[in-house]
Write a protein that binds this ligand. Structure first.
Ligand code: C5P
Length: 286
């Protein structure tokens, strides 16, 4: 292994997120369209005396720097699978807000697996995929990125043709909640589930142009039940922009998506709102 291996771990937004029903294993079947965005953490791996993780960067808050960290868990599980006895130090430079619905933790884990696979060339792709799925539901998407449809509990990936370049503006509220994803899924069970037609339509006819008004996210039905403080911010942002903003994944981050070149105007209109504003754009891997 070279001294240090490093690479980006991009965030995602869900352009469509339908929740189809609860399964016997406690998870929910979903049908979602995921889009990778340029905002990224930086993941580095280097040989060390024992497995360790360090978390730094402007948005380090909320990311665990212990064995509960998804990147460390994934790396240690892969090492066990491939019988590697070479522990590593994983460094995460965090730019993706934690627990916001942007997939940061899952993306860090997928990036760590990719880096280790290049350090350990005998690693089989099947082993990477198995470890990714064992760690969480969003990890499989981040092995490929771009634009994809995910089904099952999120691990069944169909790569779609990349959405043409769009600007994305993220709105990061100052608070989130513990065990957010599990609680958001549980809350959805009080309502009717979705039928899966919106993701189906997107996959059959991938749009060339996509805007916030086209987003579908089942979690918006329960967002204010778990994040009552989000309503005021949401309304303020929409008034400033004059267009809808939408919930990112299981929240509580909100986002706007629209034509390239318009993001800076949208971000400027939201200066002074009660959240952090991050202007970014869609991306895909070559
Ligand atoms: O897969 P991940 O660990 O990210 O999921 C966190 C929690 O969210 C799960 O423990 C489960 O309660 C819930 N979940 C679900 N259905 C999914 C994905 C997650 O119920 N498809």
């Amino acid at each position: 292994m070279p001294e240090v291996l490093s690479g980006p771990a991009h965030a995602k937004v869900n352009l469509v997120l339908e929740v189809l029903g609860k399964r016997e294993d406690g998870y929910h079947d979903i049908d979602t369209i995921l889009q990778e965005i340029e905002l990224a953490d930086r993941v580095s791996i280097e040989p060390a005396a024992e497995w360790r993780i360090e978390v730094t960067g402007p948005r380090a808050a909320g990311t665990p720097a212990d064995e509960s960290n998804l990147a460390l868990k994934a790396a240690m599980l892969l090492a066990e699978r491939v019988n590697s006895s070479f522990p590593c130090l994983i460094r995460l430079e965090k730019h993706i807000p934690a627990a916001g619905g942007l997939g940061g933790g899952a993306s860090d884990a997928a990036a760590a697996l990719g880096l280790l696979a290049s350090a350990w060339p005998s690693t089989r792709i099947g082993e990477i995929v198995e470890v990714a799925e064992a760690i969480g539901s969003d990890e499989a998407f981040f092995l490929h990125g771009g634009t994809a449809r995910a089904r099952g509990r999120g691990e069944q990936i169909n790569q779609l043709q990349p959405l043409p370049a769009h600007d994305v503006v993220l709105f990061v509220p100052p608070q989130t909640i513990e065990r957010k994803t599990a609680r958001m899924f549980a809350e959805l069970g009080k309502h009717e589930f979705d039928v899966g037609r919106v993701a189906e339509r997107f996959a059959a006819h991938p749009p060339a142009v996509f805007g916030s008004a086209d987003v579908f996210n089942a979690f918006e039905r329960v967002a204010f039940d778990l994040f009552p403080w989000l309503a005021e911010l949401w309304q303020d942002l929409e008034q400033r922009i004059g267009e809808p903003v939408r919930l990112a994944g299981a929240g509580p981050c909100l986002f706007w998506i629209g034509p390239s070149g318009e993001g800076s105007r949208i971000a400027a209109a939201c200066t002074g709102a009660a959240c952090e504003v991050i202007a970014t754009h869609t991306t895909s891997r070559k």
